[in-house]
Design a protein around this ligand. Structure first.
Ligand SMILES: Cc1cc2nc3c(=O)[nH]c(=O)nc-3n(C[C@H](O)[C@H](O)[C@H](O)COP(=O)(O)OP(=O)(O)OC[C@H]3O[C@@H](n4cnc5c(N)ncnc54)[C@H](O)[C@@H]3O)c2cc1C
Length: 387
């Protein structure tokens, strides 16, 4: 077993790890990024064509952080000379009498983001491909859109190499078997290496509890199912005509559905946001249940009927790492100012990942946000402060 020493080790090359590697490399920091699977794999949480981005949040602390998140993506695009954000407009809708729409509209107002609130009947006139109940509460945000997920991850890895040159090392297909915290410095152990590091950033997604079993916060990995529909007439569903959407239902099942236009050749993406049963991230299960497809078609029948009967030409599975209250975990490990844990997921972390990369780099280097900066705005889960 070979032993090496380095300055910064990041475990996991998903949305969060690639963002942290990019931001550290951009500051001239040496980075060793270790990933258990090949880069761009589809076993975790960050693969696939696109993710929704929006300022439209019912929780004010997330809405407040979104302008900074949008700015972080803009900086990346400027640095890369490539776009990852696709503006499509976004609609949030929910049954009348349910405060979701009111909260979303109030938060958009408070962060000064243009939007329009209307009834379901109004919305159906604005965009006739929708047929939502006339009394629904609808909020339209023109700046909402999609982020090219797989491309954004690959781009940050590429830029980490471009900025870092030889100081950036990426080890794909290299599972970290354990993290040893008994010594003065964290030691990362793989099949062939022990790596002592000054700083360790654990962005291992659904596997974080495998690497840090004593993490004092219940994080649950769950498996998500995603459907891509191929309507016979795709025109009304094209970018520029069909917005990203979020539906938040009421009642005991609190149904929560979301979707977006086709992108990079895919059909229209629709899925249910649902914590679901705990799963073992090491178990590869790509099945999508017929019953689930029927639940999604049921939602579409009541809201986007033209899509309800369309063939599904692609299914995808993906992992959520869910924290209590679906908040984020971004903090130092208790008693260690040299180990940072970041699991900002719960099914809504991608849009923040570029910003979180910046904050992780701050935390690691003692930069301006090393006390988590903007993230202190977030009701993120905090672990005990290092003494
Ligand atoms: C179906 C679905 C839809 C979503 N939609 C949205 C959306 O519309 N908008 C939004 O903002 N967010 C969305 N999200 C959430 C978002 O995608 C995630 O929050 C984000 O991708 C999490 O990134 P991550 O880097 O934490 O996890 P991952 O991408 O899973 O990265 C963790 C990495 O660590 C690696 N790793 C783990 N253990 C080890 C080890 N022992 N050794 C080496 N490497 C290891 C894994 O292989 C993996 O590559 C969605 C998520 C899902 C699943």
């Amino acid at each position: 077993m070979q032993s090496i020493a380095t300055r910064n080790v990041i475990i996991g090359a998903g949305a969060m790890g690639s963002a942290a590697a990019y931001r550290l490399a951009r500051r001239g920091e040496p980075v060793l990024l270790i990933e258990q699977f090949p880069l761009g794999h589809d076993r975790g949480s960050s693969h696939g064509a696109a993710r929704i981005t929006r300022h439209s949040y019912a929780d004010p602390s997330y809405a407040r952080l979104m302008p900074a998140a949008f700015q972080a993506w803009k900086e990346l695009e400027a640095d890369a000379g490539q776009s990852v954000y696709i503006r499509t407009g976004g609609v949030s809708f929910s049954p009348a009498g349910f405060d979701y729409g009111a909260c979303v509209a109030a938060n958009l107002e408070s962060v000064g983001v243009p939007h329009r609130r209307m009834t379901g009947a109004d919305w159906n006139r604005v965009n006739p491909i929708f047929s939502v109940p006339a009394t629904h509460d609808v909020v339209f945000e023109p700046d909402a859109g999609m982020l090219a997920a797989a491309r954004a991850v690959a781009l940050q890895l590429e830029l980490a190499r471009t900025h870092g040159g030889e100081k950036t090392q990426v080890m794909p297909s290299t599972p970290v078997r354990r993290i040893d915290l008994d010594g003065t410095r964290p030691v990362v152990v793989t099949d062939s290496l022990t790596i002592a590091t000054d700083r360790l950033i654990v962005t291992a997604g659904a596997w974080v509890k495998h690497l840090l079993p004593r993490l004092p916060i219940p994080l649950v990995a769950t498996r998500q199912q995603v459907l891509y529909f191929r309507p016979s007439d795709p025109a009304p569903f094209r970018i520029g005509r069909f917005p990203v959407f979020i539906f938040k239902g009421s009642g005991e099942d609190e149904a929560f559905f979301y979707g977006m236009p086709g992108f990079l050749g895919t059909g229209i993406k629709v899925a249910r946001h649902f914590v679901g049963p705990e799963t073992d991230p090491d178990v590869e299960d790509r099945t999508v249940a017929d019953a689930y497809c029927e639940i999604v078609r049921g939602f579409l029948r009541n809201h986007i009927p033209a899509l309800a009967g369309a063939p599904i030409d692609l299914t995808e599975t993906c992992l959520y790492t869910v924290a209590p209250d679906e908040h984020f975990l971004v903090d130092f490990l208790p008693g260690r100012s040299d180990v940072i844990v970041a699991s900002p997921c719960s099914g809504h972390g991608f849009k923040f990942s570029c910003l979180i990369g910046q904050v992780l780099a701050d935390m690691a280097t003692g930069g301006p946000g090393h006390e988590r900066g903007e993230l202190d705005l977030l009701p993120a889960w905090k672990l005990a402060r290092p003494s």
